[in-house]
Write a protein that binds this ligand. Structure first.
Ligand code: SF4
Length: 405
């Protein structure tokens, strides 16, 4: 190996070590010992996949200990570093967003903790940001930050469960000593007590007439999209609490040897969580024929997976380059072709695709015909279903890490 390559690898190793150490410290100082309670992210995961939620509660993880980084094979080092960057970029964004919100003068509590006991299980919510307004129309807004490579069209069920858990707990525990604020002496106080102490703002003793909402801010590297509002809903809160208890009990059963991880329910069908799951290597969902990786078919499948990864990287680069060129084109202010080398470029406006919005069509026809059922039936009779087709899914198996020779 070239000396420069070795130096580059050592630099990556150092960075990986630092990221892992920082993650450990941050989790311990802000979230405490996560094996002792069920958090909102556990509930979110449990709503999607009980097996994955219980595994993470049992501490089963593909993340190496900081002390093992020096021994990781290069390919694993790259994988661990990439994953840490994705996991931790949300914290970096959180820091910047906190500074930005604070600069507006808004009264903001970072990382407010709500802790309760429910059927013998400790359940905690850590709210990224809680914004408060007092006065005659008191209001509270919970903001949960989600860092996404690309902003999703709609919110994942796991995020929504977290939000319903947070906003439901804030509302129902309002006047109970369940609230703590990190890096202050505020421990186990009511919400109005915490706010009075922090900002001198009086809030009502009951949350009944307080305008409480929760929002998710989905942030990519260049976009922000709010999703919400999520309002306190006691049925949703109860569903979250039941999920928390189910995760806790299942983890106890697995620990005691009464259940195996693979006896637990898991999410069916294609699910984005599976690629990220630390226990996808032996998940019963994927227990099917296994073929040797050095067989012709095995090699072809590996090559296809590698090509798809390269395609994803290329597509991202193409999107970035297209965006840059579009912006440059508009700055130049021309409508003509730009020629360079063997190619020419031009930005034009193309008419949007026309689609039929079913809901107003039904309303319009129902008002003409006077019978919505007939309209619905007529539309269904005119629907055309495409032929079923095969789709090839490719997912990464999170294998145990290999130590360097
Ligand atoms: S691989 Fe998918 S289905 Fe299996 S435990 Fe993980 S998230 Fe659940």
């Amino acid at each position: 190996m070239q000396p420069d390559t070795i130096k580059a690898q050592e630099l990556m190793r150092l960075l990986t070590q630092g990221l892992l150490a920082h993650a450990e410290e941050k989790t311990a100082s802000e979230l405490g010992n996560r094996s002792q309670y069920i958090g909102m992210s556990d509930i979110g995961k449990g709503v999607e996949c009980m097996r994955a939620a219980v595994a993470s509660k049992l501490g089963i993880s593909a993340i190496p200990a900081t002390t093992d980084v020096g021994e990781l094979a290069h390919e694993d080092l790259v994988r661990v570093l990439g994953r840490q960057i994705i996991l931790q970029r949300g914290h970096w964004q959180e820091y910047g967003i906190e500074k930005a919100l604070t600069a507006t003068g808004v009264k903001l509590v970072p990382q407010l903790e709500i802790s309760i006991e429910h059927n013998g299980v400790t359940i905690k919510a850590h709210l990224d940001f809680t914004l408060v307004w007092g006065g005659k129309r008191p209001a509270v807004r919970i903001l949960e930050l989600k860092s996404n490579g690309r902003i999703p069209e709609s919110l994942y069920a796991s995020y929504e469960a977290q939000l319903y858990g947070q906003v439901g707990l804030l509302k129902s525990c309002w006047a109970q000593p369940c609230f703590s604020v990190p890096q202050t002496d505020l421990r186990q106080v009511t919400f109005p007590q915490a706010i009075k102490k922090m900002f001198g703002v009086d809030l009502p003793e009951s949350s009944d007439n307080v305008d409480v909402e929760a929002w998710v801010l989905s942030i990519s590297m260049s976009e922000v999209k709010p999703f919400g509002p999520y309002l306190p809903d006691m049925d949703m809160l109860e569903a979250c609490m039941q999920t928390a208890v189910a995760i806790w009990r299942a983890a106890e059963d697995v620990r005691a040897g009464n259940l195996g991880l693979s006896d637990l329910d898991y999410c069916r069908g294609f699910h984005p969580l599976c690629d990220w799951c630390d226990v996808n290597g032996d998940c019963p969902k994927f227990q099917a024929a296994s073929i040797p990786s050095d067989s012709a078919c095995g090699l072809e499948l590996e090559e296809l997976a590698m090509l798809k990864e390269r395609k994803a990287v290329l597509e991202e680069r193409i999107t970035d380059a297209e965006e840059r060129i579009r912006q440059t084109y508009s700055l130049i202010g021309t409508q003509d072709w730009i020629s360079t080398g063997a190619h020419r470029f031009r930005v034009t406006t193309v008419a949007g695709r026309k689609t039929l919005d079913r809901s107003p069509v039904v309303d319009k026809l129902a008002s003409l015909i006077g019978d919505e059922l007939k309209v619905q039936t007529a539309l269904e009779q005119c629907e055309k279903e495409g032929k079923p087709h095969d789709r090839l899914y490719i997912g990464k198996i999170n294998k145990p890490l290999k130590l360097a020779a």
